[in-house]
Design a protein around this ligand. Structure first.
Ligand SMILES: *[C@@H]1O[C@H](CO)[C@@H](O)[C@H](O)[C@H]1NC(C)=O
Length: 663
């Protein structure tokens, strides 16, 4: 029997038991679950549903959408719309991508056409509770479809933004533009030298002989004197420089919002699918292009991706040739640095600014490459304006291409340690650490990053390692890997550190579309101080992705009883012949392991530090070795991460320097 698909409840979303909120103040401070499922469910798209007919005998009133939208919109929603509208800015700020920028704007300002959905009477055979809750001709979900924009902008109540500080973000005015956006930076020799020295200290540097190429951007502007380009790594500074065959890639939105798949997906013997629409049919919600349905796969990022296309002032372009480095033993990385100064490059007015770093990477057939992206601060000035960093990185892998991708977010200063101390316990005459943290200017900054990876050739392999150890007030990184072709592989490893009064939100999306694709994910989060950390890891296996193998493990450690964590693993499986495991834990540092180390003579503080370093080191140790060891041991990534971990150690038992175990 074929199951009727018009039932959203059939959407198989296996939320782990930790789809909840944990706080160590509760007696239950540890929750463990590891489940292994071999799923066998015969769902899947067979044909597109016919258009629904009005039901005879039901009196339909055609609603006024605009009145509905404005009546349902909350004050905060309205603020969100205004905030986003201000970021769109005027013609003079339209960035360098010419007609691509215009297209992006058009998508953004054209509201989604609302599809007339009829409400079925309860005795109709197609009736489902899902259909019944829908008003006729109204948007599907209250959080989306109520915007004035063509792509969903942030909403506090939208699932994808639920654990993010939307209200705090839209409170900030980021509507300014860095001076000279779109123009290359010109430095004097002296400025080149000081900037280089600065980047070295911050970790955003590799010498010429340790990398294949290096592109340096400061506040979104290209700095040619600090960069080293080659045949396949260059900066795109104007629309004329965009190669013809790259236009369609640069114009793409994120998974789910672009109707065309990045590569045709083989189904059956001679059949290919080329559209997202085909993947699962309307009710598995990969969706219609540019529709409310598509929200399911895009993590709330489509509007920011389009905004980036609209406003970016420079594109880091990496086009790795076929067979590159295949037989090379000493494979050097390609480095892309985005440095931020404390005034964000703003002109004299003190309005906050937004910049939109863009990176397009295409890995040719059977090429080998290692890409390192690094976000760092260049200075720390008192006179700081608030900044919105809206990065968009696209990676396309052709047949047999293998890529290691390291993304390091280290900008935004360092959160103040000890903010978790109770007010009563702060010594007389001392200022409360949390008051100091509240004044830290970087708390007003927001870093949004979209990393969209598409394996568009057979047997392509992508390994991403993402470290979020920066200090911006709000950090949201959405990492999405789409495995379009048979045999492709994704490794997604991440470590995020959240401290002070930060809010960190990590989203991952691994989308299995091609047959016999594999993925392996390990996400570790460490949350201390009074910060909030959330992680949503989604794995979706389409009907076309039989014989898929996917493993996901997420571990979150809470260091303080004031910190909060959400962890939401999510498996959506439509194919029936797959093997998927996922596990998710939220806990304190393990008392058991502490006990073990203490029994071997280590004092409690040292034992705890060892556990912390070990926890972080498992992921940190995977980044490209040249970065890990860069610039001697003193300023290497390892030392910087140790410094940040020391800062986050719960106070009262101040840490002492220990060995970084796994690095
Ligand atoms: C990617 O990383 C792995 C593990 O560190 C290494 O074995 C491999 O050679 C790297 N590949 C490239 C292309 O650098």
């Amino acid at each position: 029997m074929r199951l009727i698909l018009s039932n959203a409840l059939l959407l198989l979303s296996l939320l782990g038991p930790s789809a909840a909120f944990f706080n160590t103040q509760n007696p239950i401070s540890s929750n463990r679950d590891k489940s292994s499922l071999h799923v066998s469910i015969g769902l899947g798209p067979e044909e597109i549903e016919e258009e629904k007919q009005l039901v005879p005998g039901v009196d339909y009133e055609v609603p006024d959408h605009e009145a509905y939208r404005t009546s349902r919109r909350s004050k905060l929603d309205e603020k969100c719309d205004k905030w986003f509208g201000a970021l769109l800015a005027g013609e003079e700020d339209k960035g360098i991508l010419g007609s691509l920028a215009d297209d992006a704007r058009k998508v953004l300002i054209t509201p989604v056409p609302l599809i007339n959905e009829i409400e079925l009477p309860k005795d109709d055979p197609e009736w489902t509770p899902y259909v019944a809750t829908k008003l006729p001709w109204t948007p599907l979900t209250p959080a989306f479809g109520l915007e004035e924009f063509g792509l969903p902008v942030p909403r506090r109540n939208a699932e994808t933004w639920r654990h993010f500080d939307v209200a705090g973000m839209v409170e900030q005015d980021y509507s300014g533009t860095p001076e000279g956006n779109g123009l290359e930076l010109e430095f004097t020799d002296e400025e080149v030298a000081t900037t280089r020295a600065n980047l070295q200290v911050k970790g955003g540097w590799l010498p010429d002989d340790e990398c294949q190429a290096r592109l340096v951007y400061i506040n979104g502007r290209f700095a040619p004197q600090l960069s080293q380009t080659n045949d396949f790594v260059s900066n795109i500074g104007s629309a004329d420089e965009v190669p013809e065959d790259m236009k369609s890639l640069l114009g793409r939105l994120t998974d789910g919002f672009t109707d065309e798949l990045a590569a045709p997906v083989p189904v059956g013997d001679d059949d290919f699918w080329t559209s997202f629409k085909k993947l699962s049919g309307p009710n598995h919600n990969v969706g219609e292009a540019i529709s409310q349905f598509a929200v399911n796969t895009q993590q709330g990022t489509a509007c920011f991706a389009a905004l980036n296309t609209r406003r970016t002032g420079a594109v880091a372009f990496v086009n790795i040739p076929e067979g590159h480095d295949k037989d090379e033993e000493n494979k050097k990385p390609i480095l892309i640095v985005n440095a931020v100064t404390s005034n964000g490059g703003a002109s004299s007015d003190s309005r906050g600014v937004s910049f939109h770093p863009r990176c397009l990477v295409v890995a040719g057939e059977d090429s080998f490459s290692s890409l390192v992206q690094s976000c760092v601060d260049l200075d720390s000035d008192e006179a700081k304006v608030s900044t919105l960093y809206n990065g968009f990185t696209q990676v396309f892998l052709k047949k047999g291409a293998q890529m290691n991708h390291t993304f390091l977010e280290e900008s935004g200063g360092i959160p103040v340690g000890g903010v978790e101390i109770n007010d009563d316990d702060v010594e007389e005459g001392q200022e409360k650490p949390r008051d100091i943290e509240a004044r830290r200017p970087e708390l007003k900054d927001t870093h949004l990053e979209v990393i969209d990876v598409q394996a568009m050739g057979d047997d392509a392999s992508y390994d991403g390692i993402l470290l979020s150890v920066g200090g911006s007030g709000r950090i949201r990184i959405a990492h999405s890997v789409t495995l379009l072709r048979p045999g492709s592989h994704a490794g997604v490893k991440g470590f995020s550190l959240s401290a002070g009064a930060q809010q960190t939100d990590i989203k991952t999306n691994i989308h299995h579309i091609g047959q016999a694709t594999t993925s392996e994910q390990l996400q570790k989060n460490m949350i201390g101080g009074r910060s909030t950390g959330s992680f949503k890891g989604r794995i979706r296996v389409e009907q076309s992705a039989q014989q898929t193998n996917s493993e996901q493990l997420a571990r979150t450690v809470l260091l303080s009883d004031r910190s909060r964590a959400w962890a939401v693993p999510s498996l959506e499986i439509i194919a029936d012949d797959v093997s998927c495991t996922h596990g998710c834990t939220v806990s304190d540092l393990s008392e058991e392991e502490l006990f073990y180390l203490r029994a071997r003579g280590l004092d409690r503080t040292l034992a705890r530090n060892l556990l912390m370093y070990g926890f972080a080191g498992e992921i940190c140790g995977l980044v490209d070795p040249s970065v890990l060891e860069a610039v001697g041991s003193e300023k290497g990534l390892q030392q910087r991460v140790i410094a940040k971990l020391e800062n986050i150690v719960p106070q009262g038992e101040r840490a002492i320097k220990g060995d970084f175990q796994s690095v």
